[in-house]
Each structure stands twice: as C-alpha cells, then as structure tokens.
Design a protein around this ligand. Structure first.
Ligand code: HEM
Length: 366
C-alpha cells in the first residue's frame, strides 16, 4: 500500500466516524430521531449519567469554598461544612449520593449500550471514549474517598495503593519494579500523607474533571453526529423527534432524579450505611479498623480478590479491560439476542456481588 493510499484509508476511517458534513444544527438537532421500542428506556441512561455529573460539578464547587486539602485541616473543614455551613450537610450529602448514583448510572449505561450493540460501526469511538469515561468515573470515586481524611478513608486508600505494588511480584525482570514506582508516584511519599492528599485533591478537582469534560465532548459529539443506534433487530414501532420530544422526556427523568437526590440528601445521611465511625479523624498511631472495605461499587472485584488468588483477579482485570476496549471488533458479528444474554449475566453478577458479596465471602471463609 502506498503512503497516499494509507492516508486516504485513514481519512475515510475518520470521516466515517466523524462525518464533518453532518456538523450542523439541522443534522445534529432538527433531524435527529429516537427509535421507540421495548429497550427505548436505555436511551435515557447516558443522559442521566450526564445530569448526575453536572450535579457533581455544582455541589463539588460549593464544597470547594470551604474544604481544606491539608492533613491538619481536611477533616475539620469537612466537619465544619457539615455542622456550621448553612446547607452544607445537604450539599455534602447530595455530592455523596450523586457520586454513587452516577457510578450506578454509568455501569447500567455500559450494559444497555452493550446489549443494544450501540458500539457497532461507525460508533466505535463513542464506545471507546465511554470505556475511558467509566475508568475516570471510578477514579473520581477512589480519589474523593480520601479527601475527608478520616480513619477509614486513609486506611482504605493505603490498602488500595498496596494492591498496585503487589502486582510487581508477577512481572518479569525490570518490569517487576514498575508497580511499586507507580504506587510511589501516586502516593508522593513513603506512606499515605500530605503529598498523597495533595495529589488526590488535584486529581479529583482539576485533572479528572478536565479529562472527563474532554472525553464527554468527543462522546456526545459522536452521539449527535450518528444519531441513536437502532438498539433492537426489529423495525421500531415509530420514531420520535429528539428535539423537543425526547429532550423534554430526558428533562423529566432529570427532574425525578433531582427530587430523589434532594429527598435522600435531606433525610438519609450517606454515612448511615457504613458500619464505622466515619467521623473520627485519621490517627497515624491508630490501628487499621477491622472489616475495612471499599465503597460498594468496588465489591464486584473486592470480594473475588478476598476469595481467589491475587494473580487470578489481576489477570481477570487485564482481560476484562482488553475485552471492553476491543468490544466493537470482538462482538461485531454477534447477534443482539446473545448480546442481551451477556449483558443480563454481567448485570446479575454485579448485583449479586454488590448485595451478597459479604455473605458469599463468609460462606467460604467463615
Ligand atoms: C460519565 C459517563 C458517561 C456519560 C455522561 C455518558 C453520556 C451519554 C449520553 C448522554 C448518550 C446519549 C444518550 C444515550 O444513549 O443514553 C450516550 C450514548 C452512548 N454512550 Fe455514553 N456516557 C458515559 C459513559 C459511557 C460508557 C461507560 C459507555 C460504554 C463503555 C458508553 C457508551 C455509549 C454508547 C455506545 C452510546 C451510543 C448510544 C446509541 O447510539 O444508541 N458511555 N452516552
């Protein structure tokens, strides 16, 4: 193949994924239609994740007015927000609830778009940016968890970072030292301390929001350029206009989500689901509390990690990551029925591990 042909191939590949001729109001808004069928509800989930992200930006900015990212003041500033700032407890509580809801929405969105084969040509870039968005969303959860600097947060972060270092023992030669170097780079010092808090803070409030905004820009642009995917094999009952019909329905879903969030934020302290005294500040001389575990959205990997050999889970993670990235090519010829079965099986696994992971753990380990 000549260089000219290669450039032409790249041009036509990119052109099919980003058809610039459609980059106008008429194609992206006026003409866009949404198919109506039994899985149409799936089209709302990405929008819901987007709404929850917007809530996170707003509430996060409000928290930023008072939060202090230092080991001496972080915990006290969070306590001050909760107890003395008017509306502070509500804002903080909504930020916590919305983070969990956003992670749940993104996971369901992945499963529905997978089941609907919405990743198929020419939507590969939509899917791959989605996989990055999933990773960034999990990283938001991991970095945010440390910020209140309480006993559980610091110890759970230590365990999480330790996991990275342990990967080294399974790698050959020089590579074996890399995980430790990565851990130390993230940690910033010998143990989790001020440098770690500063880095997690920078990640949580600047680097991750900028990364998610850039990824979301590409994700949403490609959604608008290609319109909604068919979703099912059968012809749709009918199609409805994206603007204003579907958009107004999207807003209704957002309204309900906000109401649920507001009521939860007002009535149910997020921490009431934890078995530990969350409010004791981190004490370097204190012991690691018993039964420490990560947030619920890591249970699907945490409990298997407790039960099975470490290498097996790490290998599983690498395979899962590779399969997710390569999904548009691996499953390009798989029929939608099989896709739905796979999505349902993955959904059942996630629900069982999240709700009953601890029971399963005690069943085997006593
Ligand atoms: C911060 C996280 C995310 C946000 C805010 C987001 C937002 C959206 C929105 C608003 C849409 C259009 C409406 C819809 O189809 O639901 C969409 C579509 C899509 N998203 Fe996401 N998304 C996120 C993560 C993901 C993830 C993790 C994946 C999968 C790996 C993914 C894959 C897709 C695909 C394939 C479509 C096209 C759907 C179609 O054409 O029918 N997204 N996303």
């Amino acid at each position: 193949m000549s260089v000219k042909e290669a450039i032409k191939n790249v041009e036509s590949y990119v052109g099919e994924r980003f058809p610039v001729e459609k980059m106008n109001y008429a194609s992206m808004v006026q003409k866009k239609e949404v198919p109506v069928h039994q899985l149409s509800w799936g089209y709302y989930i990405g929008g819901l994740a987007l709404f929850l992200f917007i809530v996170q930006i707003f509430t996060g900015l409000m928290l930023l007015f008072y939060y202090q990212p230092t080991v001496s003041d972080a915990h006290a500033s969070v306590e001050y927000i909760t107890e003395h700032v008017p509306g502070g407890a509500l804002v903080r509580n909504i930020h916590s609830w919305a983070s969990s809801m956003m992670i749940a929405a993104v996971m369901i969105h992945l499963l529905t778009t997978f089941a609907m084969k919405a990743f198929a040509r020419p939507r590969e870039i939509t899917w791959i940016t989605g996989v990055v968005l999933l990773g960034v969303t999990f990283m938001f959860g991991f970095t945010g968890y440390l910020l209140p600097w309480h006993q559980i947060a610091v110890n759970a972060t230590k365990i999480g970072l330790q996991t990275i270092e342990e990967i080294g023992q399974y790698l050959p030669g020089e590579l074996a030292t890399w995980p430790r170097a990565i851990k130390e780079t993230i940690q910033g010092e010998a143990s989790v301390g001020q440098a770690t808090l500063s880095r997690f803070f920078a990640l949580h409030v600047i680097i991750l929001p900028l990364s998610i905004a850039a990824m979301l820009g590409i994700h949403l642009l490609s959604v608008q350029l290609h319109g909604m995917s068919a979703g099912v094999d059968e012809a749709p009952k009918r199609k409805e206009k994206f603007f204003p019909t579907f958009f107004l329905k999207d807003l209704k879903v957002w309204g309900v989500a906000f109401l649920v969030l507001f009521i939860l934020g007002l009535c149910v302290p997020f921490e009431s689901f934890f078995a530990y005294p969350l409010f004791s500040p981190f004490d370097p001389k204190g012991s690691t509390p018993d039964g420490i575990k990560p947030e619920w959205y890591f249970f699907w990997v945490y409990y298997p990690l407790e039960l099975l050999p470490f290498w097996m889970i790490m290998l599983g993670q690498v395979v899962l990551g590779a399969v997710l990235v390569a999904t548009p090519w691996i499953f390009q010829n798989t029929n939608r029925r099989a896709m739905r079965l796979l999505a349902v099986a993955a959904g059942i696994y996630l629900i069982v591990m999240t709700l009953f992971g601890e029971n399963i753990y005690h069943l085997f380990k006593g």
